[in-house]
Write a new protein. Sequence first.
Length: 155
Amino acid sequence: MATTTIAEFMAQDHDRLDDMFKQFQAIKEQNASKARSLFQEFLTGLHRHIVWEEDILFPVFEAEAQMVKDHGPTGVMRNEHQQIKAFLKQIQAKVAEGNLSTEEEEEGLLQVLTAHNVKEEKILYPWIDNCVSDEERASLLTRMEHLPPDQYAGI
């Protein structure tokens, strides 16, 4: 495995998803079909990323930090995930009906997502890395890499 920390692994996925969304934004005026495909790939990838956090990383962090679920930083992150999913649904609905005028929804999504990613990359992921042993970290990364699509597709 090339990456050794959860922070590195998750930041790389943030970058991959950000690039995909920028491609969607850049191409939607010229190629609606390609834009729809890119958005669907972005949507699936972001859903997978959220499941990695909520189902794999957050429970370990909450246990290690002796934190009650949905309180503290993971509670804030889950709340922001709900906001992110709401914007994704709005964009997805428009894209599905062939309406690629999604600038307002994109702006809302990016506002939440940008601040969200910074908090995760600067605070939460390093905190998780510090809470777990090297063996636990390797196990978590393996679980994330092998998460079956039925656990995140279509959420």
